[in-house]
Design a protein around this ligand. Structure first.
Ligand code: E4P
Length: 226
């Protein structure tokens, strides 16, 4: 499963990239708005940091297909070919996905709350489809089940689209989809940190260090013990 950071805060991105195996960055208009800086300035800084090969996912704002298409070309022109254009799966969005996919623009179909949206986006040619796991749960439905079923629909219909699961609130949701072999997950920095946070592990590591120092002295390691 690919791992992406769902944020545009460059300090957080640098810090997480440094420690975790990360494949790219996703953004949406709300994330950009929360960060509060000029979108292309922020996104270009991210592109420079992650390099040309890593995935950067950026959403269009227009509601009509024609506007989405023009925006898509502008985004790719500014941020490079390995930029995935996020298009909400509405009626107009589907039209734009169909046209842009034929023109070899990489599309991430987004705002997916139902299996049928996922199916239609895949059939229209999207490279990724992003079901919103936690938001679906909040509606009283089952976000994990929705993501798994979209994954199955692609397999059963020979559709070459990957699920890029989004909107996670805890490690269990991520683990469940990882176990199922979902293509990718985009995760907020706080949830990524939670994937490895475990006081029991910290205690075990501290006990190893304490024991070794009893043997060899304070601040000694395998580099300088006698
Ligand atoms: C992904 O495509 C979405 O933009 C994002 O993951 C939604 O996450 P949220 O529900 O935490 O806002």
């Amino acid at each position: 499963m690919k791992f992406l950071i769902d944020d545009v805060n460059i300090e957080k991105i640098r810090d997480i990239y440094d420690k975790f195996p990360i494949d790219g960055i996703t953004s949406n208009p709300s994330i950009l708005s929360r960060y509060g800086k000029q979108p292309y300035k922020v996104l270009k800084e991210i592109r420079e940091f992650i390099g040309e090969e890593a995935e950067l996912h950026v959403q269009v704002i227009s509601e009509k297909a024609e506007g989405m298409i023009v925006e898509a070309y502008k985004i790719v022109q500014e941020l490079g070919e390995n930029t995935y254009i996020k298009i909400p799966v509405t009626r107009e969005g589907l039209k734009a996905i169909k046209i842009l996919s034929k023109e070899n623009i990489n599309i991430t179909a987004t705002a997916i709350y139902t299996q049928m949206q996922g199916y239609l986006a895949g059939k229209a040619g999207a490279k990724y489809a992003a079901p919103y796991v936690n938001r679906i749960d909040n509606l009283g439905a089952d976000g994990i089940k929705t993501a798994k079923e979209i994954h199955d629909i692609y397999k059963n219909n020979n559709i070459n689209t990957q699920v890029l699961a989004a909107s996670f609130k805890n490690s269990q949701q991520v683990l469940e989809l990882c176990r199922y072999g979902i293509g990718a997950a985009t995760i907020a920095p706080e949830v990524i940190e939670g994937l490895i946070k475990n006081p029991t592990v910290d205690m075990a590591v501290k006990a190893f260090k304490d024991d070794f120092e009893k043997l060899c002295g304070e601040e000694k390691s395998m580099l300088n013990c006698k």
